[in-house]
Ligand binder design. Structure first.
Ligand code: ADE
Length: 245
C-alpha cells in the first residue's frame, strides 16, 4: 500500500522511519512518499500561505500551490484525497480497516486557520479528524492515520494480534502477562499456566467484557446493538451487574 503525504513540514515525519513502519517500508509492504507543498509555490519566497480575506487571525494555505501539489501527486489515478482537520469525520478502527483496503491514500496536512475553501471543494474527497481537540496542524494526525492503517495491511504485523485487540471487534483487550510469574509480590492469574486452552480463552473473553464494561460502557452498548455478543457474554455481563443500559 502506498501513502503520499502533502505537508509544509516534512521534517515532522521522522517517526515513520522507526520501528514497525520502518521494517514494513524496507520489506516493501508499504511505501510512504513525503511531499513539501512549498515545492509547488512559484514565487521567489516560495509562499504557501497568505492573510485571510475578510480579516482575522492566522494565515490561510493558498489555493494554487496546494492544488498543484495535490494534482502532481495524485497523477492519473483517483485515490482518496484526505484532509486531516478537526472538522472531519471521527477516525475509528472501522475507518482504519476501510482505508486499509485501498491501494493508495493521499493525505493532506492542513493547518487549522485552514486552507482556501475552494481547494477543499474541488480536490479533497474526504476529511478525517483524530479527535475533538485542535492540533497545530494535520501532521501528527496524518501519522496517526498512517500508523493505524499500515498495521492492518497484510504482512505488516502478525494477523492474530489484530483479531483480538482493542476496538477490532467492539471490545477492549484482555490483560497480558509475561515472565516472571511473580513480580513484586504480584502473581499472574493461575488459569494462564493451567494448560487448558479452552479455559484460558474463556477467561480472556470474560476479562475483555469486564474491562470494557468498567471503562467503556458505551462500547458494550454498541457491541450488543451490533449483535457482537453471544448469550454467554450477556450472561457474564449480567453477573457483573450490567442491566442492559
Ligand atoms: N488538525 C488539527 N487538529 C486536528 C485533529 N484533531 N484531527 C485531524 N487533523 C487536525
Amino acid at each position: 500500500m502506498r501513502f503520499d503525504i502533502l505537508t509544509l513540514f516534512p521534517g515532522m515525519f521522522a517517526p515513520l522511519g522507526e520501528s514497525i513502519l520502518k521494517r514494513a517500508q524496507q520489506a516493501g509492504t508499504i511505501r510512504i512518499g513525503l511531499h513539501n507543498i512549498r515545492d509547488w509555490a512559484t514565487d521567489r519566497h516560495r509562499t504557501a500561505d497568505d492573510a485571510p480575506y475578510g480579516g482575522g487571525a492566522g494565515m490561510v494555505m493558498k489555493a494554487a500551490p496546494l492544488a498543484a501539489a495535490i494534482r502532481a501527486v495524485v497523477g492519473e489515478e483517483a485515490p482518496p484525497v484526505i484532509l486531516l482537520s478537526p472538522d472531519g469525520e471521527p477516525f475509528t478502527q472501522a475507518l482504519a480497516s476501510e482505508l486499509a483496503q485501498q491501494p493508495r491514500l493521499v493525505l493532506v496536512c492542513g493547518h487549522y486557520e485552514g486552507l482556501d475553501e475552494r481547494v477543499r471543494e474541488s480536490l479533497i474527497t474526504r476529511e478525517i479528524s483524530i479527535g475533538d481537540y485542535v492540533l497545530t496542524g494535520g501532521e501528527l494526525a496524518a501519522m496517526v492515520v498512517v500508523d493505524a492503517v499500515a498495521r492492518l495491511v497484510p504482512g505488516v504485523i502478525d494477523g492474530e494480534s489484530i483479531a483480538e485487540e482493542s476496538h477490532s471487534d467492539g471490545l477492549l483487550e484482555y490483560p497480558h502477562y509475561t515472565r516472571p510469574a511473580v513480580w513484586e509480590g504480584r502473581e499472574i492469574p493461575a488459569i494462564l499456566t493451567s494448560g487448558h486452552h479452552g479455559e484460558v480463552a474463556k477467561w480472556r473473553r470474560r476479562e475483555r467484557l469486564r474491562r470494557t464494561l468498567a471503562r467503556r460502557p458505551d462500547m458494550v452498548r454498541s457491541a450488543v446493538q451490533q449483535g457482537l455478543l453471544d448469550k454467554h457474554d450477556l450472561a457474564y455481563l449480567a453477573e457483573l451487574g450490567w442491566n442492559g443500559e
